[in-house]
Design a protein around this ligand. Structure first.
Ligand code: ADQ
Length: 490
């Protein structure tokens, strides 16, 4: 029924996200490109069934036109199209409105208090920059767009994009997916630009969330703030007769990428090295971007309490915490880094010996093969986010655990708790005693129980993949548009 424009036989999909999946760094006259860490990138790299173009910011400020041309050319080989944002826009839109306002708000941390506001200009200026940036994204999308393409907008950075695109051409098929939680309307309603933002995103044909709860919160915000009717299929705007479909599409990973990598000689060598290094000790692992929502300080405090209370485990357990720095320009993130370093230093000082320390803390990203090896040798994974849209680290850990069948300690406030909850020890990450007790329970868990939990999780991770997620979203978008056309014809 739909007239797809196909490229090499496949549906063309324009994926628009704030950041491209690669980061660019200048090397003399050339550009070097490196795949960036993060959940969205990991999930979308697993999507292979579409002819995909990426559109987004390359993460660098490039002013000179010749430089812009060279970077555009380098990115073309990766099927990426850059949006060039100037420094002031990045400051106000990205560091300001996106990361200092929407991100904390959507994770229940509230709007910026005075000290967070004073380091940037007021919310209103930032909101104007946000709209401007979204319209710059729309212009680039439109320059790449061919009739029949599907445009899939991602995340809280681009809530205005569906409106901007529909203003350029009302026939563009637009989907929007939120990777973070959508908070309760009681939290969301504090946002000064709450109505404008909701209306803009409602221009999309399909709106997706990780969980049913987030979708419900969104629909209820539209009802309470805009007075629109929430129906089982979405949000209805009666005078206009427009229905925006709203649904849950839980994301996944590409599990085979991990399972296959474990067989590679490179990963097996790393596995051996790590097993020798940690011989005689149980390994607990945290892999997070260094972000307040990941609850790293709380996790460390729980580990300290665990060591305090369980003397017999002190020289038998090792915590490895990999924390990749992000948003290093934002003041709160700098403060979080020093806070984490302080706690790690204290715990290592208290419980270390001449030859060992209880926490190996790394402020950096790990390459894929080393990460797989680390997941594979881990006994207990600690995913203790204070809030998390889904959390893919928990999925990646499960994919790598067929040999070991380790235990997953999982925050009940992460979206993943709804999919992996039955095969994990669920905790309230704010409750340090609860998490410390879970660490002990995980280490003591019987082999039969570990096996049962792992099988449950492995089954989920290998069936609810990134491919399934993208396929379901795109085919739902097709159906939605088809139904809308039928409604108009009736
Ligand atoms: P993130 O907040 O980035 O994603 P998550 O889903 O856990 O969180 O994904 C992190 C990804 O980055 C994983 O693929 C992981 O391997 C990688 N990564 C993290 N730290 C790393 C490190 N130190 N070294 C190497 N790789 C590292 C956002 C939302 C999530 C949501 C995803 C996808 O916050 O809730 O699950 O998008 O929608």
């Amino acid at each position: 029924c739909m007239n797809d424009v196909r490229d090499g036989g496949r549906q063309r999909l324009l994926v628009v996200a704030n950041r491209l999946p690669v980061s660019a760094t200048r090397k003399g006259n050339n550009w070097s490109l490196e795949v960036s860490a993060g959940g969205l990138v990991s999930a979308l790299l697993g999507v292979r069934q579409f002819e995909t173009r990426w559109i987004g910011w390359a993460g660098v400020n490039v002013v000179d036109e010749a430089d812009q041309g060279a970077l555009t050319k380098a990115l073309e080989e990766q099927r990426c199209v850059p949006v060039f944002l100037d420094e002031e826009t990045v400051h106000q839109y990205y560091n300001g409105y996106c990361n200092n306002v929407l991100w904390p708000l959507f994770h229940y941390l509230g709007l910026p208090q005075e000290d967070r506001l004073s380091c940037t200009r007021g919310l209103e200026d930032q909101f104007e920059a946000y709209k401007r940036a979204n319209s710059m994204f729309a212009d680039v999308v439109y320059s790449v767009y061919r009739e029949g393409d599907i445009v899939w907008c991602h995340d809280y950075h681009l809530m205005f994009l569906p409106r901007c695109l529909k203003e350029l051409d009302n026939n563009i098929k637009v989907g929007w997916f939120l990777h973070t939680p959508f908070p309760s309307s009681e939290i969301y309603r504090t946002l000064p630009s709450r109505s404008e933002l909701l209306k803009a995103v409602l221009s999309a044909d399909l709106i997706g969330f990780h969980t049913y709860d987030y979708a419900r919160h969104f629909v209820s915000a539209c009802t309470r703030i805009l007075g629109l009717e929430g129906t089982p299929s979405g949000v209805e705007d009666h005078p206009l007769g427009k229905l925006t479909r709203v649904a849950a599409f839980p994301i996944g990973i590409d599990p085979n990428r991990f399972i296959d990598a474990l067989q590679s000689p490179e990963v097996q060598t790393y596995v051996k090295e790590l097993q020798e290094k940690f011989c005689g000790r149980k390994v607990m692992l945290g892999v997070d971007r260094l972000d307040m929502i990941k609850g790293i300080p709380q996790k460390l405090l729980a580990f300290e309490k665990f060591l305090d209370e369980n003397v017999e485990w002190r020289d038998k357990v090792q915590l490895v915490q990999i924390a990749v720095p992000t948003r290093t320009d934002v003041h709160d993130y700098q403060r979080l880094t020093s806070q984490v370093h302080k706690i790690v230093g204290r715990i290592n000082g208290r419980f270390g010996t001449l030859t060992t320390v209880p926490i190996h803390h790394l402020d950096r990203s790990l390459d894929f093969h080393r990460l797989c090896a680390l997941y594979a040798i881990t006994d207990v994974a600690l995913v203790t986010s204070l809030r998390d849209g889904m959390n893919l680290v928990s999925y990646e850990f499960v994919a790598c655990q067929n040999m070991k069948k380790g235990v997953l300690i999982l925050s009940e406030l992460a979206g993943a708790a709804q999919s992996l909850g039955a095969g994990a020890i669920l905790v309230n990450p704010w409750n340090i005693s609860d998490v410390a007790a879970a660490m002990k329970d995980a280490l003591d868990m019987s082999e039969a129980d570990r096996e049962e939990c792992h099988c449950h999780n492995f089954e989920h991770v290998t069936t609810h993949t990134a491919q399934v997620w993208a396929d379901t979203f795109v085919s739902e978008l097709h159906d939605t548009i088809y139904e809308a056309q039928q409604r108009i014809m009736r």
